[in-house]
Design a protein around this ligand. Structure first.
Ligand SMILES: Nc1ncnc2c1ncn2[C@@H]1O[C@H](COP(=O)(O)OP(=O)(O)OP(=O)(O)O)[C@@H](O)[C@H]1O
Length: 766
């Protein structure tokens, strides 16, 4: 019956979509209406298809009420209502308040629920049910009931034991109570979710996004929820979760994606990234901006058409004066440029007046009726005319650009890194020097954002640039507009901004109309992705322990409402610039105003593997508690020592054996970054289809990765190679090893040349 309804809903949405797509022409308003309809119904069709599997997964039977039969609720991935029967709910969305008892009711606090049923389906057929009787009397009779705090144990264990596919799955059918509290926590303020490996932090963060969008749809779907993950591989890993939760109003990205127009995925040494992430970079960038406001040591000659090519000399003192006035205006660098221009042009106009406007006989007692008198024969109107002309002179513009250049954030940051002199002037460590042509790295993005804030790269700048282009256009009678705007898109909102009128006036009307059409067809998430100043409705950060102080500054700017969910584990911090505690990361922005929730149960890693990881955790900090595993597999991890020379062959053998053990699941091989060249060929020889690379394909049966790449991921089986080297490769090496050891859902093997790290020796008992 429910699938019948789903089919009808989907057919309906498809029909609407086709109608919207057939519609062409009309007024701009008609077209924009068509675009929004197309987006709406495309989303709907997508959502209805995404909930096909496991549409309905739960049922709640309530206690009979006053003699009438108890209420029955079916719980599923979306809500379905009976249109012919007063919109009676047939299926209740898992995010609706009415579904909550499905996740929270226990035998001790049954919330009126008599029985909770988990329904398993394969396509459209019910394949099994698990009942939990929450009514204590009835439990007494049947001997079946809820278990120690784990709701729906059979369904949960079957989900946890299922083979991995290389893509994360949703957990709506088996969300546990402590997770439910996080998912449905209040929208406002900063919520920190701390939890050890496998406690479901990522799953919970994604379900929280879906819940918030459902509950605050109107506000959040227009302002967009931003989800930040550690790397592109991880984003691909989680990318399937939200569509299957029927949510599309979300923007997923890494730190490297958060500066529109820049793709920042180049790697760099951890030490360099750490320096770039320090809070001190704020001062470095401010100094770098000041350094670009030049005062030369010597006067500079400026040849002027107005003087038939003769030069005037612009003195350093005059330039320093103009610079100080512009600086003291309180405006940002680019926005203060007009003040600097005015000062310099004024000074130049006086120099010109001194050259052409002096009455040579003014001091001569025989010079005429009015002598002696003011030697300046030019009046204010003449000076204004001179200033106007100077503003159009190529050499004047060139000098102004040299003395106080209008800068993009990219120019400022790349220019800084490309020059020892500039780095020194800005007080930056010289290790940051690199060629101007090397690509942008994720750690550069917060610097670009900071630079944008310091430079004042905003609409006014577009206007200044447009104005200058217009001057050149007049001067050279060429299509300057194309150059200035060819690669820019005009925001629809900007249309009403009077300051921008001079820009838009310059565009041909039909071209402008076309542009507006394009931007209104974008979804809010697409527009947010393209707009550095977008204020997101809510920001969710996963693996948040890795973020540097500079990265936090950027994220806080993107979220002025401070409505955030921050998810991570300070024991897994691998990046040198990452957080040692949540307070150190957050107190600068929301001192004492963030809430902490902890997740304590490990759903991924079985007890046997966690015992090994716990030894490593104790070595990092004896006060840290590993999360409690929810299940045991009865399979102990293996440890195998070999001579260094045999390591490649031993790895190939182990990989073959473990790939077979994984059955139709996945095997992850985690190597020290420095061992790739030596070990990967052996793996590929044994298993030619193994995935390896910058962004390895996670759905491959065998995937070879570094710890950094493996962060947040999981596999049925994992082989950790050369733990000693993993520890030694980074000052946070022990944390890395802890991450590596906690990636498996079923089996773990440790292969090592030479010796094991002390923390593992103790566990193995050697
Ligand atoms: N309530 C649940 N029902 C079913 N599976 C769950 C549940 N909670 C977590 N899991 C599963 O446990 C595994 C670990 O979850 P997740 O990756 O979200 O953990 P994590 O805390 O982010 O781990 P890490 O810190 O190691 O990255 C996933 O496969 C997830 O689907």
């Amino acid at each position: 019956m429910l699938y019948g309804h789903l089919d009808r809903l989907r057919e309906d949405a498809s029909a609407h979509l086709q109608r919207a797509q057939r519609f062409t022409g009309g007024t701009p308003a008609d077209r924009s209406h068509r675009d929004s309809e197309t987006t709406l119904y495309t989303d709907r069709v997508g959502q209805y298809s995404a909930v096909e599997h496991g549409l309905c997964f739960g049922r709640l039977d309530f206690q009979p009420d006053n003699g009438s039969r108890g209420e029955v609720r079916y719980i599923g991935r979306i809500g379905i209502f009976d249109e012919d029967n007063d919109y009676e709910p047939l299926l209740i969305d898992w995010r609706a308040p009415a579904s909550r008892p499905f996740y929270l009711a226990t035998a001790a606090a049954p919330e009126g629920v008599r029985r909770r049923r988990h329904i398993r389906t394969d396509r459209r057929t019910v394949t099994g049910i698990d009942d939990e009787v929450l009514d204590l009397d009835e439990t007494h009779h049947t001997g079946r009931g809820a278990h120690d705090g784990v709701a729906g144990e059979a369904a949960l264990l079957s989900a946890l034991n299922a083979s991995r596919t290389g893509r994360m799955k949703d957990i709506v059918e088996t969300i546990q109570a402590e997770q439910d509290h996080v998912i449905r926590a209040d929208l406002n303020g900063v919520l920190v979710v701390q939890g050890g490996p496998g406690t479901g932090k990522t799953a919970v963060a994604l379900h929280r996004a879906a819940y918030l969008l459902y509950t605050h749809r109107q506000m959040l779907s227009s302002r967009v929820v931003l989800i930040v993950g550690p790397n592109p591989t991880f984003l691909r890993y989680i990318s399937q979760v939200l569509p299957s939760l029927a949510e599309t109003g979300v923007l997923l990205g890494t730190m490297g994606d958060l500066f529109p127009g820049v793709v920042a995925h180049t790697d760099e040494p951890a030490e360099i990234a750490e320096i770039k992430g320090r809070a001190a970079m704020v001062d470095v960038l401010a100094a770098a901006v000041q350094d670009r406001q030049r005062v030369p040591d010597e006067p500079i000659p400026i040849h002027l058409d107005i003087l038939d090519g003769a030069a005037v000399m612009l003195d350093p003192e005059v330039i320093a004066d103009a610079r100080d006035r512009a600086r003291h205006s309180g405006k940002l660098h680019n926005l203060a440029r007009p003040i600097f221009d005015t000062e310099i042009i004024h000074a130049l106009s006086l120099l010109v007046a001194d050259t052409i406007g002096i009455d040579p006989y003014a001091d001569d007692p025989l010079g005429g009726d009015d002598a002696p008198g003011d030697p300046q024969i030019l009046e204010e109107a003449d000076l204004a005319e001179i200033r106007r002309e100077l503003r159009g002179e190529a050499e004047v513009l060139g000098a102004l650009d040299w003395l106080w250049p209008i800068l993009t954030p990219q120019q400022l940051v790349a220019g800084l890194f490309a020059s020892t002199a500039r780095l020194t002037a800005a007080g930056a460590p010289l290790q940051l020097q690199r060629s101007a042509r090397s690509g942008w790295t994720p750690a550069d993005v917060p610097l670009l954002d900071e630079a944008a804030e310091l430079l004042g790269e905003d609409d006014t700048i577009r206007e200044i640039i447009a104005e200058r282009q217009r001057k050149r256009q007049i001067a050279y009678a060429e299509g300057a507009l194309e150059i200035a705007f060819g690669s820019r898109s005009i925001d629809v909102e900007d249309e009403d901004d009077p300051e921008l009128l001079s820009v838009t006036d310059l565009l041909e009307a039909d071209r402008l109309a076309e542009r507006q059409d394009e931007s209104s067809a974008l979804t809010p998430a697409e527009r947010a992705a393209a707009d550095r100043k977008w204020a997101f409705g809510h920001v969710i950060v996963d693996e948040a322990q890795e973020l540097s102080p500079m990265a936090w500054r950027l994220l806080m700017r993107r979220c002025p409402s401070r409505s955030m969910t921050v998810v991570g584990d300070v024991a897994q911090t691998g990046d040198l610039g990452g957080a040692a505690s949540w307070a150190s990361a957050l107190d600068p922005y929301v001192p004492g105003r963030w809430r902490l929730r902890e997740l304590t149960v490990n759903y991924r890693t079985p007890t046997e593997i966690m015992a090994v990881a716990a030894g490593v955790l104790a070595g990092i900090d004896p006060d840290l508690e590993p999360p409690r595993s929810v299940r045991a597999t009865g399979v102990d991890p293996w440890f195998r020592g070999v001579t260094p020379a045999r390591l490649p062959d031993a790895l190939a053998e182990a990989a073959l054996a473990e790939a077979a053990e994984a059955g139709d699941g996945r095997l992850g091989i985690i190597l020290p970054a420095g061992s790739f060249a030596d070990l990967v060929p052996a793996v590929l020889k044994a298993l030619p289809d193994a995935a390896v690379g910058d962004e390895p394909e996670l759905s491959a049966k065998v995937v070879v990765l570094t710890v950094k790449q493996a962060k947040g991921l999981e596999f049925d089986g994992v082989i950790v190679v050369d733990p000693d080297r993993i520890v030694e490769e980074s000052p946070r090496g022990a944390n890395d090893l802890y991450v590596a050891l906690t990636r498996a859902t079923q089996r773990l093997g440790v292969l090592y040349p030479g010796t094991l790290p002390d923390s593992l020796l103790a566990v193995v008992g050697m």
